[in-house]
Design a protein around this ligand. Structure first.
Ligand code: F6P
Length: 757
């Protein structure tokens, strides 16, 4: 049987011993102080009373002198005897004695002889002639004065006083003080006990109980506020300890759970540690066109937004975890106002963790590089979504020039770093790996292609395909979302370039440099506890738009013709046609972030989307209901979250998509295990989220049926699917993606000599 003990705080007898020790010490100190005081007081009182006695004796002897002299003259012993008796027993006076010149007693009060045992008449006087001495059963005080007659000293007078009253007085003082000290000590002991119990022992017992319950796992428990005065700092420390303990416990539980599944969860912390070891403290350099924070003017102030970008969603958690520098185009109208003299700023604005280096493009450069070659050329070329790619030579020249400009900025940023790690992002920078490698052969470079790679025939129509492929092959590692895209790339290289291709290791050898090609399915930072955790009802998100419905379908996209938004709308229309019982009950919300709005095809697409929504709404609209709510504006992640959590079904119907992180975001936000994902088979995500309802978005009929299947799916089935998908996203999160990519890049052997220029 396992051992253990459950005592709360120290055992009572130990506490009692401690308290008694405190009380005993206190009493000892009080008694010692009281003794010294009493002793001093008694001594003072004794000497005061003796002085008083002396004074009285003096007065008495002075006043007796004339009488005694007269008596002496008459030599009348009887009168003398009477006088001696007269003074005995008065005011503590024990008696008097008259001493003859020969030292014998001439006359003495009877009491002195009978009661105090002094010698009688005719006998010699006691030895003490002044001060106090022991006599009979007590003590006497004597004062001797000479009697002067006619200027001659012959006889002496002795005045005796009893000093018993002085002893009595001293005894009374000792007695009173003892009693007082006893009562005081008792009161102090009781008060000490009470104070110690109420202010120390009792709070300590409560706090011990609290700490014990924390140890046993109840970290949410709060300590008693009343104990703050005593335990304030301690409580703060213990509270911190409790939360670390709780995180450690959760991590350990999660770790244990995953170990059971022979998996291991990647977290921000784990990635940070991994990167620290792998990169030996060197910073990471990320380069992308889209920046993670865009600053723009609003009234007299400046505000920032995070752009709607899967790339930003994926890459930012890595830089937040590991630090480093992100080089990107400054695109906001207040971007220049927020950087330093080196065009840098620390971000995120609310809690800086890495450096953003902005690169400025002239309008013409941006037109040719971004709108032109990247988004009218490469984007439709790679997506094969039936929008014709446009290739203009001027755009190509801008593309080259801007790649060079970014390469220069990056070279500047990493000038002081040996063997820097460079993660180039996306199709905007196909030429950049070669440009960097030529200048910095010691750099480890990876380029991740966030969009699909088409088959060689499709890619082959690009007039600059060789330059693009060569530029990319300057990298040590090229990543795509899927193996399928890797295969397409290898085949394209095979057809277009002089190179040696190794299909076994998936490498390309060209001009002495080896490049690995590998799939790295990108993801998001899955966190269990997301904000706005409570359930969200359809009414909560529909009410502001004046719509009432029982069920919600949701789409979240940039307004891009590759996303299948029109197909989605038509599927909603067909669904209502086939299932009229959902009229007035099911509303589809489309959040659409305006994107690349200067490109005519995008302008045209936005109008198409608006027109199609209006057409369908006009067909079905009721007083307080409509089938489609179209929200065209930028929404922050916090704004989108309630829609995710309210949506019975999320439609991701891209005609072609590298990965599609909306699908993963939706799954991650459903920690209630509710909601159904309808997912295009042409997304990278469909290879991982096998429990979604996979559809061909070109097949409107199938899509409409998928909506019905989703909204009518039995709860148990819905929960099972969502749990499976959540487990996938949790485990294949962005930290694992980064660890795989950085791990592979760090393992690659550089072909060129590793020396900076
Ligand atoms: O999906 C490809 C992609 O480049 C993403 O990486 C990015 O999130 C998205 O397009 C946004 O595009 P843009 O930067 O042109 O708005």
């Amino acid at each position: 049987m396992p051992g253990g003990c459950g005592a709360v705080g120290p055992p009572p007898h130990r506490t009692m011993k401690l308290t008694l020790r405190i009380v005993a010490t206190l009493i000892l100190i009080i008694a010692t102080v009281a003794f010294v005081f009493t002793w001093t007081q008694v001594r003072t009182e004794q000497s005061r009373l003796l002085q008083e006695l002396e004074r009285r004796s003096e007065l008495l002897s002075d006043s007796l002198q004339p009488y005694i002299s007269a008596l002496h003259q008459n030599s009348d012993p009887a009168t003398l005897t009477n006088l001696a008796e007269k003074f005995s027993g008065r005011e503590r006076l024990a008696g008097i004695a008259l001493i003859a010149p020969d030292g014998n007693i001439l006359e003495i009060s009877r009491a002195l002889v009978e009661h105090w045992g002094l010698p009688d008449r005719g006998q010699a006087v006691p030895e003490t002639t002044s001060g106090s001495f022991r006599a009979g059963s007590g003590r006497l005080h004597v004062r001797t004065v000479p009697l002067v007659y006619l200027g001659i000293e012959d006889h002496r007078l002795q005045v005796y006083h009893s000093v018993a009253f002085i002893e009595e007085r001293a005894r009374r003082i000792w007695q009173q003080n003892f009693l007082r000290v006893f009562v005081q000590a008792l009161a102090i002991a009781l008060a000490t006990l009470l104070v110690v119990y109420l202010n120390v022992m009792y709070p300590m017992r409560r706090a011990t109980n609290w700490v014990r319950r924390i140890r046993m796992g109840d970290a949410r428990l709060e300590p008693d506020r009343r104990d703050d005065h005593l335990l304030g700092p301690l409580v703060r420390e213990v509270r911190k300890m409790a939360s670390s303990l709780e995180s450690a416990r959760l991590a350990a539980e999660e770790e244990a759970r995953l170990r059971l599944q022979s998996e291991s969860l990647w977290t921000a912390e784990r990635l940070k540690e991994f990167v620290r070891i792998r990169l030996a403290g060197r910073p990471i350099f990320v380069i992308s066109n889209r920046e993670p924070y865009v600053h723009s003017r609003k009234g007299k102030g400046i505000e920032w937004i995070k752009p709607a970008s899967g790339l930003v969603t994926a890459i930012e958690p890595i830089l937040k975890a590991c630090g480093g520098t992100w080089v990107a185009q400054g695109s906001g109208d207040a971007d220049r106002q927020t950087v330093d003299e080196n065009d840098r700023l620390r971000v995120p604005p609310e809690e800086p963790q890495y450096t953003l280096r902005r690169v400025w493009l002239a309008k013409e450069e941006e037109d040719g590089f971004y709108y032109g070659f990247s988004n009218e050329g490469l984007w439709p070329l790679c997506h094969v979504a039936h929008t014709r790619p446009m290739f203009r030579e001027s755009d190509w020249l801008d593309y080259e020039a801007v790649n060079r400009k970014f390469a220069d900025a990056l070279l500047q940023e990493m000038a002081d770093t040996t063997e820097p790690f460079v993660l180039v992002q996306d199709y905007h920078f196909a030429l950049l790996p070669r440009m960097i490698k030529q200048k910095r052969p010691d750099a480890r470079i990876a380029i991740f292609w966030h969009i699909p790679w088409p088959n060689p025939e499709s890619f082959g129509i690009c007039p600059w395909q060789k330059e693009i492929l060569d530029g990319m092959l300057g990298a040590d590692l090229i990543g795509f979302h899927t193996q399928f895209h890797c295969n397409n790339f290898m085949e394209t290289v095979d057809r277009a370039l002089e190179s040696r291709i190794d299909y076994e290791h998936f490498t390309v050898l060209r001009q002495g440099q080896t490049t690995s090609v590998k799939p790295f399915p990108i993801s998001i930072s899955f966190t269990e506890e997301r904000p706005a955790d409570g359930p969200v009802a359809p009414a909560d998100v529909l009410k502001p738009h004046g719509v009432e419905a029982e069920m919600i379908g949701l789409g979240v996209d940039r307004l891009d013709y590759t996303k299948g938004i029109l197909e989605r709308f038509r599927a909603v229309e067909t669904f209502l046609e086939r299932n009229p019982r959902y009229e007035g009950k099911f509303t589809f919300v489309q959040i659409g972030a305006p994107s690349r709005s200067l490109i005519p095809r995008y302008q045209e697409f936005e109008s198409d989307v608006q027109r199609e929504a209006e057409r369908i709404n006009a067909k079905y609209k009721q007083k307080r209901w409509k089938p489609i709510v179209l929200l065209i504006r930028h929404h922050s992640q916090e704004e989108i979250l309630p829609y995710y959590r309210a949506a019975d079904v999320c439609l991701v119907t891209s005609l072609h998509d590298g990965m599609n992180l909306v699908a993963k975001e939706y799954v991650a936000s459903r920690n209630d295990d509710k909601g159904v994902l309808v997912l295009s088979q042409f997304t990278g995500a469909s290879r991982e989220l096998l429990d979604s309802i996979v559809v061909n978005p070109y097949d409107i009929s199938q899509l409409a049926d998928a909506i019905r299947t989703a909204v009518e799916m039995p709860e148990a089935e819905r929960t099972r699917r969502m749990r499976e998908m959540r487990a996938v996203v949790r485990e294949r999160n962005i930290y694992r993606w980064a660890a795989d990519l950085i791990g592979d890049l760090s393992r690659i052997r550089l072909d060129e000599p590793v020396t900076p220029p």
